[in-house]
Design a protein around this ligand. Sequence first.
Ligand SMILES: Cc1cc2nc3c(=O)[nH]c(=O)nc-3n(C[C@H](O)[C@H](O)[C@H](O)COP(=O)(O)OP(=O)(O)OC[C@H]3O[C@@H](n4cnc5c(N)ncnc54)[C@H](O)[C@@H]3O)c2cc1C
Length: 397
Amino acid sequence: MNFEDTPEEAEFRAEARAFLKKHLDPAENDRDARYQPDFIERAKKWQKTKAEGGFAQITWPKQFGGRGGTPIQQVIWNQEESKFNAPTYPFAIGLGMCLPTVIAFGSDEHKKRYVPPALTGEEIWCQLFSEPAAGSDVAGLKTKAVRDGDEWVINGQKVWTTGAHISDYGIVLTRTDPDVPKHKGLTMFIIDMKDPGVEVRPIHQASGGSEFNEVYFTDVRIPDSDRLGEPGQGWKVALVTLMNERLAVGGSAGPDWREIMNYAREAGTMSDAAFRSKLADWYVAAQGYKLTKFRTQTALSKGETPGPESSIGKVITANQMQDICNSAMEMQDHYGLISDCEKAPMEAAFQEGWLWAPGMRIAGGTDEILKNIIAERVLGLPQDVRVDKDKPFSRMG
Ligand SMILES: Cc1cc2nc3c(=O)[nH]c(=O)nc-3n(C[C@H](O)[C@H](O)[C@H](O)COP(=O)(O)OP(=O)(O)OC[C@H]3O[C@@H](n4cnc5c(N)ncnc54)[C@H](O)[C@@H]3O)c2cc1C
């Protein structure tokens, strides 16, 4: 394990920092920025600037407008960009998950048509997989696609679709054959989110925002040419998207042990023995995770691909964020109820983190699913019982 940048990595870090300093004003990107009405426009502008500077997608080949760089350069860029609180979230799913799937399974026409405007921030994408009864077990989805000549007709419902309300396109996983086992009857398509048969209903969040949606499809017609992969091979296509999701949804940004320690000093609770014991636990877990991340970075630096052990990151950080924010709000006593950025201590970072943490423990794989992955694929424990294996989906009730 090597904690230091190599000379090439240090050079790239310096270049990235200089670019960020030149183009991003931290004052414009404070905690409140994503709730401002001009946020999407500012995010699009930043994406265009990144694309022009060659930082939009570090690891993508140059032929697709990427930098042709290494995964460790992408990690370095992400580390530096996060320090500026850059407005990146509208593009995370499109560039991190949807477009890599289009590049892997789309035609040359698709790549020419869809990759450049996604990279420069002109078009936003969403991922339409989860349904009311198909989240952890997404292969149990029911949205139907029925072939009609050169087209497919889509009917059904998705839920928790991040950014559907601001998206131009999406990748949608559908059931095209109910008479085979669930993983074998799925097909993936590119869908135009502005089609009149697509209805997007925002879900109001406890945190005040509306970033997720229900999406309903009524007789949406998709040309067969917008199919990604062969009919019935949708699970194979979805695995590419989900593999990219696992790499994209690593740790979660939010208050950590340092911030609660600083707050405890201000609030005068540092001498409390119960608090000190918790602080020690958070510190130890954070150090353990930091060293685990170094191991992943070292693997990336050597050109290796991180394995299922990267599932550990979100289990540790999302749970810790929830616990830290909960303790900080308890310290604030009845003032802990105030979530106004202008009035609450630390610009309401603890209140916001507390409301956001449960979502982080679910998105991109719940705690239980990630622990199952760690148990089965890292520790080699026996597999979960899978009663529906090999049974036709239509006979599962
Ligand atoms: C912030 C956020 C953003 C999201 N964005 C998107 C998006 O853009 N696109 C999209 O398609 N989806 C999105 N989702 C949906 C997300 O993928 C699902 O919520 C997630 O997969 C869990 O599915 P579920 O909500 O149906 O819960 P379920 O799968 O119904 O799980 C309910 C409970 O049962 C547990 N459980 C389920 N199966 C097992 C098992 N085998 N062993 C042990 N416990 C189990 C779970 O851990 C959980 O506690 C998002 C979710 C969140 C919170």
